[in-house]
Design a protein around this ligand. Structure first.
Ligand SMILES: [Zn+2]
Length: 440
């Protein structure tokens, strides 16, 4: 133990010291420092994209997902023709490749060394104490910086913008957001992002939208800022978000402790058909629904906020930002049964996807969540629509495409175009819904 304590300063000081006495760390110095800071590493982890052509293959992969925590499934094996990405730990690569060959699965290797993606991504983060004037959409930012930027913008635009605090998270971090606009006649739009910690593009997109609403020279955007009140909460899972910067870039859940493991998937924790499909009762799983419906402090904060404000502030639209897969989805997630305004939501979603296509050429698909991505229950959108009665509700999966080589590690150069696509989709939906009389 003493040896290890002594080694840390040695490594930070040495320019060429890539080797320890016990040979534990023989890579680059910075790697050793990262390891010393208790950071999860993904060296030589591979991303495979597999296709299921028969039931035997599907059952095999369902079993595989249950058995192994060395394989990170991005979704579950469900149907013939489905393609699924799986992050395979370095020590399982040979075994996994053998399975693919033995059971004749069509596949591609999308990425050979996932850590390289993370290393590049970490170089795109500005320091936590950076001046908020440096806030931009070419870098990623710590929780503290995002909160500081919102305070700064509110100080700059006190007549239009105020900072709100839903209360603290499990580990005592504030859940902050903004309200833009103060006309009590206006209907309101609520945007929630960062419920899944590792989806960094979501908070970056949320702050982009705040900035556009405040500063855009586009008349149409100025009208949206004037005619609606906007509530935007960029990081509704602050503990998880912090953890992805400090310890594990791939963390998804909150940081609640359950004996030997941590975390509830907050987007499976909402009290609407809780834990009925597409979630887990096992705390070790990435989609753990929690010990009971609405058990988590972060869930309670958001529910209380919406309940207290939905009528008073006339919240008529709820948007939840996620990544990745390029999808614009509406309720329900827990069943393929149609919501009462299914046709409208389908129409607005299709218009939004067409608007994105016209803007950037990117393909986004639209549909109800259950059929578009995969069945899942206890999501915030289902709750907002069914329980809080908010008629226009969407969950966006932002860039990249379903077979992304980056998974959730989107390069910073894609922040601006991705955020612009999301804002275009929101504008299109709001304008289409206004035409249909949703905001009367
Ligand atoms: Zn997500």
């Amino acid at each position: 133990m003493l040896l290890r304590l002594l080694l840390i300063p040695l490594f930070t000081m040495s320019a060429s010291g890539t080797k320890t006495e016990d040979g534990a760390c023989q890579r680059h110095v910075s790697d050793c420092v990262a390891a010393a800071k208790d950071q999860a590493r993904y060296d030589h982890y591979r991303i495979y994209n597999v296709q299921f052509d028969n039931v035997e293959q599907i059952e095999l992969f369902q079993k595989l997902e249950e058995q192994s925590d060395s394989l990170t499934f991005i979704g579950h094996a469900r149907e013939i023709g489905q393609k699924l990405s799986i992050l395979v730990a370095a020590h399982r690569v040979a075994d996994f490749a053998d399975l693919l060959q033995t059971y004749k699965l069509q596949h591609r290797v999308l990425t050979y060394n996932f850590q390289e993606k993370i290393d590049r991504n970490m170089r795109e983060v500005l320091p936590e104490d950076v001046d908020v004037d440096k806030y931009d959409w070419q870098h990623f930012f710590h929780l503290k910086t995002i909160n500081g930027w919102m305070e700064h913008m509110a100080a700059k635009h006190p007549d239009r913008l105020s900072v709100l605090d839903m209360g603290s998270s499990t580990q005592g971090n504030p859940i902050k957001g903004i309200k833009l606009g103060s006309n009590p006649e206006n209907k309101a739009i609520f945007i929630e992002s960062g419920i899944h910690a590792r989806e960094w593009i979501a908070p970056a997109t949320a702050t982009y939208i705040i900035n556009e609403l405040l500063n855009s020279k586009d008349k149409q955007v100025q009208n949206l800022a004037k005619n609606y009140n906007w509530f935007v909460f960029p990081c509704v899972n602050p503990d998880g978000y912090k953890y992805t910067f400090e310890h594990d870039r791939m963390w998804r859940k909150n940081r609640q402790l359950f004996g030997t493991c941590r975390g509830v998937d907050l987007n499976r924790n909402y009290p609407d058909h809780w834990n009925s499909t597409g979630s887990s009762s096992d705390p070790t799983r990435y989609d753990y629904a929690g010990p009971s419906a609405g058990s988590e402090l972060e869930t309670k904060r958001l529910i209380d906020f919406i309940r207290n404000n939905v009528a008073k502030e006339q919240i008529k639209t709820y948007i939840s930002l996620h990544s990745y897969s390029q999808m614009l989805m509406f309720p329900y997630g827990y069943t393929k049964e149609h919501v009462s305004n299914y046709d409208d939501l389908q129409e607005f979603g299709k218009k939004a996807a067409a608007a994105i296509k016209a803007e950037s050429g990117r393909d986004y698909v639209s549909g109800n969540l259950y059929e578009t991505i995969y069945p899942s229950s206890g999501g915030s959108m289902d709750w907002a629509h069914a329980e809080a009665g908010i008629p226009i509700a969407y969950t966006f999966e932002l860039r990249g495409p379903p077979d992304s080589q980056d998974l959730f590690i989107l390069p910073a150069v894609e922040i601006q175009p991705t955020a612009s696509e999301a804002f275009t989709a929101i504008r299109t939906i709001v304008e289409a819904a206004a035409e249909k009389g949703y905001y009367k």
